[in-house]
Design a protein around this ligand. Structure first.
Ligand SMILES: Cc1ncc(CO)c(N)n1
Length: 228
């Protein structure tokens, strides 16, 4: 069994919990509360900015051109393509995308950002990838699960969102990161492999928590204006 096959098996509890989360179910069923969707898009716009910064960090930790090319391509992918699922959600709630940008991250999103950045500062590409991987991997599986269960037609309110994450481009992202993490884990010390596992699981936990944050419209105790 490869390192990432192990990871997937050891974290299946969280993957299953994500598939069953009411926000994710709502995407499949085509019905979500508008303010929960707005909360998600506000936080996710900022989250994806952090994610692009992490690709930049990954470039700085890369020794091979193939990796550098991949990571810079992923920045372009987030900038140019991953706006489509957000636009789908904006259309659903009838709010222009522009109005949902620039808000402070709620506590869970902020925690997720800090976790990924702190792992990345350790300087080892394998750890950086381990912390980043749950992002594309869980969404790819969510997309596939929802497509299989709900078989959405083009008139489904979240058709574009589901298609985006069920389709090949996100699979290419995930597959490359899986391959590279397996290689880096193979070459790493036992201790670093353990730290990669911990970084990966915490990101999985925070993926679940991100859905929960959106569903419950989690905010700072004394509001900083996320909901305003
Ligand atoms: C929080 C989060 N995880 C994963 C993805 C998929 O890129 C996303 N857009 N947001």
């Amino acid at each position: 069994m490869t390192f990432t096959e192990d990871l997937r098996r050891e974290n299946d509890d969280i993957f299953q919990a994500i598939f069953n989360h009411p926000f994710v179910r709502g995407l499949g069923e085509g019905e979500l509360q508008d303010d929960a969707v707005a909360h998600y898009v506000k936080a996710d716009y900022e989250y994806l900015n952090t994610f692009m910064q992490l690709y930049g960090t990954a470039v700085s930790q890369s020794k091979k051109r193939e990796d550098i090319a991949f990571f810079q391509g992923q920045i372009a992918f987030v900038l140019g393509d991953e706006i489509h699922p957000h636009r789908n959600l904006c259309d659903y709630i009838g709010v222009p995308y522009e109005e949902l940008k620039g808000f402070p991250m709620p506590p869970t999103a902020d925690h997720y950002r800090t976790h990924m950045k702190s792992v990345a500062t350790e300087g080892l590409l394998g750890k950086t990838i381990a912390a980043m991987l749950p992002c594309p991997w869980t969404y790819q599986e969510i997309g596939r699960e929802l497509k299989k269960e709900f078989a959405p037609e083009t008139n489904h309110p979240f058709y574009e969102w589901i298609e985006f994450y069920a389709n090949d481009s996100i699979t290419e992202t995930t597959d490359y990161l899986l391959k590279r993490l397996d290689e880096e884990a193979e070459a790493a010390s036992l201790e670093d492999r353990q730290l990669m596992k911990e970084a990966f699981r915490k990101s999985c936990q925070l993926e679940y928590a991100f859905w929960e944050m959106s569903y419950t419209k989690e905010d700072w105790p004394v509001a900083e204006g996320v909901l305003k």
